[in-house]
Design a protein around this ligand. Structure first.
Ligand code: UN1
Length: 508
């Protein structure tokens, strides 16, 4: 017997414990649901476009103070945030499971990702360095300085409801910028909880300006107000390519910066020499993990004809036996889809795949007793005669399209023949193949892996992708530079004024 969890009651208990005021999530005008049970768990107050503008002005006032605080001191605030997140890990992870439907270890993993980026950002707070560059003029010095940029708007998606905020917020704050966050309408509670945790860190930190971090609950009008407001210097937006196509040009129109982290239609290639046991595990997690709702989810698999008949039946067996169920009550590996829209999208893609000659196993709804508005599905594996129809699109659901290949050059072409360019993997023990995959004429994605799946990237690397994925980079490596403005400084310490390029301009 599994215990029955009262989702609403548990949500309330966690929010109370994390210090989120009841007035923020009861009696409001926006309903929020848990995909675990399909039930309404909160009613939130939304803010208007006018209130968004006020919040941005307040953030800008905070910017004027925060940019003058030394970066290592700013890092101290993020160190405290990391401590508070460690203390709240279990509760926040559970809330992620309730609100996004993630299984327990993935809910906790998401909070771990927040902790990791805080640690990274603390170190970074002492490493926001520029170059010193040789100048062509005697008695001169040329260097780069990195300054805080301004208010950073964050638009995040339901599938990583808190980690993506933290990638942006930890870096932005260390870089001297306040953040204004519009979370997904599907996951507002984890946002309120993260803000409450941040406020605990702020209280311990002491003297920080007000409104360094704000959460704005509401619909797309808030996102639009963030995108259009002249005092928002950068918007980091995670979501669909369709959303990015609207956000990108609007930001460009006013010369604001963007970090776009959009769709992924990620592929793996299984070569003749692959370690098939390893590939099987990586494929299973990449394609079925998070119920196929990561932007790094594995969606297309190319298997060499020499190993196809060995690997694919094993994969189908793993699909048939994978446990699907309530992530709060069971240790199932696959939780629910986020809502009915996601379920309908999945069924539509499967029907289109069949019409293209696909052979579908799985994909049917799994009944969860008494929960007609919760959408649990068996992950689907679809053998396709070729890459066509829905295979070329991102469907945010656990569908893995499997195709046979014979020629390495041709499979690389097929690999790159989709709009998105986020993540990719090759499974091979042949270094000529693996190196080629990572070379200039190999994978065209922002993330290219060898003998690892497409999902589950560490925070230390820059995260993002090319083409219709939007080109933005968040998280590790030098992604911090997007949150700062670069000044080139030339200092003349000589007694003369030589002009560059040998130009003379002598006045009397
Ligand atoms: C996303 O799905 O939007 O690599 C982000 C991963 C995670 C982040 C995914 N670290 O799967």
């Amino acid at each position: 017997m599994t215990k029955t969890v009262d989702v609403s009651q548990e949500t309330a208990a966690i929010l109370d414990k994390l210090g989120v005021a009841r007035s923020a999530w009861t009696g409001g005008d926006m309903a929020s649901f848990s995909p675990v049970s399909g039930e309404e768990i909160a009613r939130l107050k939304t803010v208007s476009a006018a209130e968004t503008a006020t919040a941005i002005e307040a953030a800008h006032a905070a910017f004027k103070e925060w940019r003058l605080v030394p970066a290592p001191k700013r890092g101290e605030l993020i160190r405290l945030l990391g401590e508070e997140l460690r203390a709240a890990k279990e509760d926040l992870g559970r809330l992620v499971s309730i609100e996004a439907g993630k299984i327990t270890s993935e809910g906790l993993g998401e909070v771990q990702e927040m902790i990791d980026i805080c640690d990274f950002a603390v170190g970074l707070s002492r490493q926001l360095y520029g170059l010193t560059i040789a100048t062509e003029r005697p008695g001169h010095r040329m260097m780069e300085t990195w300054h805080p940029l301004g208010v950073v708007g964050i638009i995040s998606a339901f599938n990583f409801p808190v980690a993506v905020w933290s990638w942006n917020a930890a870096l932005a704050i260390v870089c001297g910028n306040p953040v204004v966050w519009k979370p997904s309408e599907k996951t507002p509670l984890t946002a309120l909880a993260s803000q409450a945790i941040f406020e605990r860190a702020l209280a311990r930190f002491g003297a920080a300006p007000k409104n360094l971090s704000q959460v704005l609950i509401g619909d797309r009008t808030i996102g639009e107000a963030l995108v259009d407001h002249p005092k928002v210097a950068l918007v980091s937006a995670t979501g669909s390519t369709r959303m990015g196509k609207e956000v990108g040009p609007r930001l460009a129109k006013r010369f604001a910066r963007s970090i776009l982290e959009l769709g992924g239609n990620n592929a793996g290639i299984v070569c003749p020499s692959a370690d098939l046991d390893m590939a099987l595990r990586a494929i299973a997690f990449g394609a079925m993990g998070t119920a196929g709702q990561r932007c790094t989810t594995l969606r297309r698999l190319f298997v060499h004809e020499s190993v196809y008949d060995e690997l694919v039946p094993r994969l189908k067996k793993a699909y048939a036996s994978v446990s699907v169920g309530n992530p709060l009550e069971t240790s199932a590996l696959v939780g629910p889809l986020v809502d009915k829209l996601a379920f309908d999208g999945m069924q539509k893609a499967l029907a289109a795949a069949k019409a293209e000659g696909g052979n579908v196993s799985g994909g049917e709804r799994v009944a969860e007793a008494g929960k007609e508005t919760a959408y649990y599905v068996k992950p689907a594996i679809v053998e396709m005669p070729k890459q066509a129809g829905p295979v070329l699109e991102e469907t945010f659901a656990p569908i893995l399209y499997v195709m046979k290949y014979s020629d390495f050059d041709a499979v690389l072409e097929d690999h790159n023949a989709v709009g998105a360019g986020l993540s990719s993997s090759i499974f091979t023990l042949n270094m000529q193949e693996s190196e080629r995959f990572l070379a200039a004429d190999g994978s065209d994605c922002g993330i290219a892996n060898v003998n690892i799946g497409t999902s589950g990237a560490e925070i230390g690397g820059a995260f993002g992708g090319e083409k219709e994925t939007g080109g933005g980079r968040e998280s590790g490596s030098d992604a911090w530079r997007a949150y700062m403005r670069r000044a080139t400084n030339t200092v003349n310490y000589s007694k003369a004024l030589p002009l560059a390029q040998g130009v003379t301009f002598d006045i009397e």
